[in-house]
Design a protein around this ligand. Sequence first.
Ligand SMILES: [Zn+2]
Length: 468
Amino acid sequence: MQTIRTITAIAVAKLLICLSRILGNQGTAFPGRIARKIDPHILQKLAGNVKEEMYIITGTNGKTTTTNMIARILEEKGYSFVHNRAGANMITGITTAFIKESDIFGKRSFEYALLETDEANVPLLLKELTPRVVLITNFFRDQLDRYGELDSTIGLIKDAVRDTDIELVLNADDPLVVHFHNDTGLHCWYFGFEPTDYDVWEDDESREGRFCSFCAAELQYERFHYAQLGKFYCSNCGSHNPRRNFTGHNLRMTPEIRFMVNDLEISSPYLGFYNAYNILAAVSVAKLVGIQDDVVQKAIASYQPRAGRMEQFMIGDKKAIQVLVKNPTGLNQTLATLNTDVSSKALFFALNDNHGDGRDVSWIWDAQVEAISCTDSGVKSITCSGLRSGDAALRFKYAGFDEEIIEVESDLEAGIKACLNNEAEVYYFLCTYTTLFPSGKILSRLARKSQGRKQPGHVRRKLTVRGE
Ligand SMILES: [Zn+2]
C-alpha cells in the first residue's frame, strides 16, 4: 500500500508529464524532480514493482542503442518493462520513466526495468536501486575538457558495486572495463569479438587505456577492433582479455551487419563496427534473460535505427543518413563506416560548442579525418555548418581535402540545403549533440515535403560495397 505522499507525487508528476506533452516538450526530467521533492523515496518504492529483474546499461558509447535493442527484444517477447526511452538518463528522468509506466496508486507491476545512464550517475542510482545486472559497453573519453575524470568515475562505479549481488556484463575487448572482476570480486559475464576482417594492427587512432590496469605497463596489442577495443596482453604481468561467454564471430559488414553470437546467427540493418558491439551486448543480455533465439533474431533484424543513429531519410530520390558524432572515437567509427560504402558521397558536418556538445571543439583534431581524405573515398563535397563551422572546415582542409569542395554555411537549414544541392549517391549528415535534433527536424520536413510532391516509387537503393 502506498502512502498519500507517494500517490500525490505520482499524480503531480503525471499531470506535469501530460502538460509538457501538450506543450510539445519532452519534459522528461522535470516531473521526476518534482515527484522526488514530494516523496524522496518514490523511485525506490516504484522500483519495488519490478517482478523479475532490473538492468542498468552504462558506458561512454553505445548505451542508448544497446538499451533500445534490448527493449526491442523484450517487446518482441511480450514482456512488460520500464525503460527511460527519451534519453533522460539522470536519476530524475529515470524517476519520470517509472511514474509514466505506473498507475496512479503506484501499484502496477512490470517484469523488467531497463535503465540507461551516464557513467557518472551509476553510483547515485545504486543508492536507490538494486539491479541484477550492470552492463558496461566501453569507456572512452567524451571530450577533452573531461579528460582525467574517467579514472575517478571508474573508481566510483567500482566502489558502488562492490559488496552487492550485482552481476556485471562487460566488454572483454576493452582494457578499461575488464579489470572490474579483480577489483570487485563480482560475478562477471564477458562479451567480445574474435578476430575480424576489419581489424587493424597499427595504432594511429586516439586510444584510451593503452596501459595495463594491474601494473601500469604499456599494453601490447595483437589487433585492434576499433579504438582501444581489441586483443591485448601485458608482457609485464601477463594479464590479457578475459575468456568470453558471448563471442561475436564471422562478422560481415556489407555495410549491413551480419555475424554469429556463439551459435546464433544475427543480421541487422545497422552499420558500423561500433553497432556490431551494441548488438553483441544486447544479445548477451537477451541470453542472460533466457529469451529464445528466434525471438532475438527477429527483434534485431527488425530494429530500425533511431534519431541520429544512422537514421535514414529519403528526400526526393536522395538518400540521406544522419549520424550523431560526439567524440573522436565516434567520429572515427563513422568515417570508417563511410569507407565501407563505395558510393559517391556528400558530407555534411554540423559542429556546435554548446554545453551539450562540450565547449572545447579541439576534439575534432584527435579524430582521424585523414582516413577519408584519400581520392578513392568517394567524398565529393563537404558542407560545414553549426556555430563552429569554420573550425570544422579547417579540420577537413588540414586532413588534405581540396578547398574547392569545402563549403561553410553556419545556418543549419541553409547548410543542409546546400549539401543536398551537391551531386552524390548518398548524403551523410554528421551532427554533434545540439545540432542533431534541429537537423533531424529539417531533414524529416524536407523528406515529407518531397514525398508530398512525388509519389513514393523510389526504391531504396542498395549500397555498393567495396570488395563484394
Ligand atoms: Zn600488467
